[in-house]
Design a protein around this ligand. Sequence first.
Ligand SMILES: Nc1ncnc2c1ncn2[C@@H]1O[C@H](COP(=O)(O)OP(=O)(O)O)[C@@H](O)[C@H]1O
Ligand SMILES: [Mg+2]
Length: 269
Amino acid sequence: MADILKITDLHVSVEDKPILKGVDLTIRRGETHALMGPNGSGKSTLGLAIMGHPRYEVTSGQIMLDDVDLLELEADERAKAGLFMAFQRPTSIPGVKLADFLRHATTNIRRPERKEGEDLIPMREFRKELREKMDHLRMNADFARRYVNEGFSGGEMKRAEILQMAMLRPSFAVLDETDSGLDVDAVRLASESIAEIGGKDMGVLIITHHDKLLEHNRPDVTHVMLDGRIVETGGPELAVELHQNGYDRIRAKYGDESSALAAAATEEG
Ligand SMILES: Nc1ncnc2c1ncn2[C@@H]1O[C@H](COP(=O)(O)OP(=O)(O)O)[C@@H](O)[C@H]1O
Ligand SMILES: [Mg+2]
């Protein structure tokens, strides 16, 4: 298993527009980091760039997993190297059942040398494991027979993402607003599940605005992003402060005039 995810001076553009403007971040396996910041500051962009989404172009900087240069790898190869991302807005895959999707994904991660067309994890073994994990997440068994994310509620999608993480057992996970759209009980369950799955074995980057998800996943480090840069880094108390007081202090201290105006416009609208 990989031990260190190290991001150095990362610049990322989307459709030629610079979004990330020099991000440095190091996560060790076993650590939980919270990434907070106003909407549009670039949090999801960071996660997607780590995962290797083709639309997010790294224009300079480095992403290393131990001594492996992730920028040389495609998204599927990064997953095999031990990365996972739970998406803020997961896509649906009509026609592909969740169970089939997970069986393929799990086989590919556990047997990275497997060629297309070779055997999958035996059905019986897979079913048993899937059922246990679904029970644990209090997901109805019917769920596995539905098409991936097709017609899922916001909360169901987030649960499906956690289920995927539970099956794949990555060394590093980025969880992008895995609490959005969940009610209080569901957030508590998600929070507990993430802590159980992750434990001391996983490095986790939790992108969130809420402290509920952090309740069972107390961050060792909290980062605040504004306008494509990490402007402040602190301990768990920083996450609590931002949750309670919002980002006014951060904007006043680090924001330029345009982002202050944009923030004012959002708050009015
Ligand atoms: N696929 C995309 N196409 C165009 N613009 C994008 C895309 N993804 C992100 N952006 C832009 O990048 C900026 C940061 O977005 P994002 O990373 O989603 O922020 P956050 O997750 O912090 O809310 C925003 O201005 C957003 O409009
Ligand atoms: Mg986002």
